[in-house]
Design a protein around this ligand. Structure first.
Ligand code: CA
Length: 260
């Protein structure tokens, strides 16, 4: 069970839900989600079943525009298919062939497809304001395409922090998938090999340890893979955007979130 009251500023709202770990079936039921006095998440599916707690369930926030007090979750369901989700995201680098796609998703029916020019040096990066202060977690599901990469940064799905919404701004690299499926951390450590064509859950914790040091901790598919301490940049406190990208070729992202 997970205490979510700290970043939900409301007592109850309507959600749709799908069982954790299952991709195919998407429940159409609507349920009422609430938080008890201890701050735990509960769901009322119908009045006969009453309230019970969620052991393992993937919650999709389906009311567009609900913003949590500290962070957010974007499932890309509310955007127009075929268009870039400009209401919340800014694209930098390659702007063509990057859009909300209804042909592939981890949850629901849509995801964000990003395309970096094959054989080029022109990735596609989508930036969104973090709306949170450290320490925090960045989570997303990524699905890497299988194109052969030959450009000057032959990587697939990657993630970074940035001081603004342009690839030219100062940033902090957080890591990503290499062309061979290796996930490399910010310092270049390989966490494992993850073949293309599969959805992976990436979770990264960002902490400011001191004015000199920050710490990144990595999970892939909820398996803790390790952490590393890195020297803080002078602009560390100005890293207020997260950027998800496909450096070359196609990568899809779903359920991107930032939370305490
Ligand atoms: Ca989705």
């Amino acid at each position: 069970m997970r205490n979510i009251s700290s970043y939900l500023g409301i007592a109850s709202f309507v959600i749709s839900f799908i069982p954790g770990g299952q991709v195919a079936a998407v429940a159409t039921s609507l349920a009422t989600l609430g938080i008890d006095l201890a701050g735990y998440l509960g769901v009322n599916i119908d009045t006969q079943m009453g309230w019970y707690y969620i052991p393992s369930m993937h919650i999709v926030f389906c009311l567009p525009g609900i913003s949590v007090n500290n962070g957010w979750l974007d499932d890309f369901e509310s955007y127009t298919t075929g268009a870039f989700p400009s209401a919340n995201w800014t694209v930098s680098g390659n702007t063509s062939d990057s859009y909300v796609d209804n042909t592939r998703s981890k949850f629901g029916s849509k995801s964000l497809k990003l395309y970096g020019v094959i054989g080029g040096c022109w990735g596609s990066i989508a930036y969104r304001k973090l709306n949170i202060t450290a320490p925090y977690y960045i989570e997303f599901y990524a699905y890497n395409g299988s194109e052969s990469l030959s450009g000057c940064h032959p990587q697939r799905a990657t993630v970074e922090l940035k001081t603004g919404t342009s690839w030219t701004n100062d940033g902090r690299w957080l890591g990503g998938f290499e062309s061979n499926g290796a996930f490399k951390t910010a310092s270049g450590s390989v966490l494992g090999i993850y073949p293309n064509g599969v959805w992976y859950k990436v979770k990264i914790k960002y902490e400011i340890v001191s004015s000199f040091t920050i710490r990144l901790t990595y999970w892939i598919d909820d398996v803790l893979k390790g952490s590393e301490d890195l020297s803080a940049f002078a602009y560390e406190n100005n890293l207020t955007y997260v950027g998800i990208a496909s450096q070359e070729g196609t990568a899809w992202f779903d359920d991107v979130s930032v939370h305490p």
